[in-house]
Design a protein around this ligand. Structure first.
Ligand code: LMR
Length: 329
C-alpha cells in the first residue's frame, strides 16, 4: 500500500506545476505587425488571438503587437528568425532578402484585381511560394489580402509623366523601385511607421498604399490627390519561425491550422469592405481629391511600367509570371 501511495504522490508532484492555478500556457505566440488594428491584417491578428484562446485555452496564449509596437519593418523578419517573435504577417514586397520569387507580386498591373490574386495564391504555384523561404527558417502559413495600391501625391497624377520628379516612399522592393524610376520619379525605402512624419516634413511627396493604410496611418492628411490606379496588391504572407512551428505538438498544430484557415477566409472576405470604409472616411474628410483614370489613361500607366516585367523575369521565372497572368481569366 505504501508503494502505491508513494507513486501517487510522485505523479502529483510531477503534474502539479501544470495543474497549478494560473500555470503559464505551454505555448506563447507573440504576433507582431506594422499595421493598425482597424485594417484587414489588424482584424485578422485579433481574430486569430480570440479563436486560439477560445479553442486552445490553457495550451496556447497569443499576444498581438500592432503598429510596429514590438518590431517594425526594419527588424521584424530577423526577430522572427531569431525566435524573438513567433508570428508576423509581412507584406510580400518585403522578402527580397530571402527569395526572388515573391517579387512576382510587385509586378505592376500583373493581377487585375483581388479575385485574380486570390485565384493564383490558391493554386499549386501560389501555395508552393509559401515554402520558398524555409532555408531561412521562415514558414509561410497563408496569404492575407489588404487592398489594391493607389498612387497618392502632392500633385494630381493622371498620366505617367505627372510622376516625374516626385519622391515616392516605397517598401523595400527592387521591383517597386524600378517601376517608379521608369516614370522618372525618385524613391526612398522607409518603414510604414515613419511615412506620415516624412510626408509632413516634405521628405517624401508621394506614396502607393491601399485605402486602409492611407486612412489608418494618417497619410491622406498630407496627400491632396489620390489616383485610383489599382496597379498592384498589398498582400501579406502569414509566417512563423519554422523551428518553432515544428516543435508545436501535432494535436495543437492541427487546431492552429484550422483556425488559420478560418481567419484567412474572414480576412480576405472583409478586406474589400474595410478598404471601402477607409475610402469613405477619406472622401468625407475633404482632405484629398480622388482621381479616377480613364481606360486610356490606365493603359498609359501599364505601358510606362511594363518594362519592369522583363527586367525581373529571370529572377522571378517566366513560367511563374505566365501562371499568374492566367489567373486573371
Ligand atoms: C507598407 O509598408 O506600405 C505596407 O506593407 C504596410 C502593411 O503591412 O500594410
Amino acid at each position: 500500500m505504501k508503494h502505491f501511495r508513494f507513486i501517487g504522490l510522485l505523479c502529483l508532484a510531477l503534474l502539479f506545476p501544470l495543474l497549478a492555478v494560473g500555470a503559464e500556457p505551454l505555448i506563447h505566440i507573440r504576433f507582431s505587425h506594422v499595421s493598425d488594428n482597424d485594417t484587414p491584417k489588424g482584424q485578422g491578428a485579433l481574430m486569430f488571438k480570440r479563436l486560439v484562446e477560445e479553442r486552445l485555452a490553457g495550451a496556447v496564449k497569443v499576444d498581438v503587437f500592432p503598429n510596429s509596437s514590438l518590431f517594425g519593418d526594419r527588424d521584424e523578419l530577423q526577430a522572427l528568425r531569431d525566435g524573438k517573435v513567433e508570428m508576423l504577417a509581412t507584406s510580400l514586397a518585403k522578402f527580397g532578402k530571402y527569395t526572388t520569387r515573391l517579387k512576382l507580386f510587385d509586378l505592376p498591373f500583373l493581377f487585375k484585381d483581388h479575385a485574380a490574386l486570390e485565384r493564383f495564391q490558391k493554386r499549386p504555384a501560389g501555395q508552393q511560394l509559401l515554402l520558398s523561404m524555409q532555408d531561412h527558417d521562415i514558414m509561410g502559413l497563408a496569404y492575407w489580402f489588404n487592398g489594391m495600391k493607389l498612387l497618392s501625391a502632392v500633385k494630381p497624377l493622371r498620366e505617367p509623366a505627372d510622376a516625374a520628379g516626385l519622391r515616392f516612399r516605397i517598401q523595400p522592393s527592387d521591383v517597386i523601385d524600378s517601376q517608379f524610376k521608369a516614370l522618372g520619379a525618385d524613391t526612398v525605402r522607409m518603414p510604414i511607421s515613419e511615412v506620415a512624419e516624412a510626408l509632413a516634413k516634405g521628405d517624401v511627396s508621394a506614396v502607393e498604399n491601399p485605402w486602409s493604410n492611407l486612412h489608418t496611418q494618417g497619410l491622406y492628411r498630407h496627400l491632396p490627390y489620390i489616383t485610383v490606379s489599382d496597379h498592384g496588391p498589398v498582400s501579406y504572407m502569414l509566417i512563423t519561425n519554422a523551428k518553432f512551428w515544428r516543435k508545436v505538438p501535432f494535436s495543437v498544430r492541427i487546431k492552429l491550422d484550422e483556425i488559420i484557415t478560418e481567419v484567412t477566409y474572414e480576412v480576405n472576405r472583409q478586406a474589400d469592405a474595410l478598404n471601402e470604409s477607409s475610402k469613405a472616411h477619406i472622401v468625407a474628410s475633404g482632405r484629398s481629391q480622388v482621381i479616377s483614370l480613364t481606360d486610356a489613361q490606365k493603359q498609359h500607366w501599364r505601358e510606362a511600367m511594363r518594362p519592369v516585367w522583363k527586367q525581373f523575369e529571370s529572377e522571378i521565372g517566366a513560367d511563374l509570371i505566365a501562371e499568374a497572368e492566367r489567373a486573371n481569366n
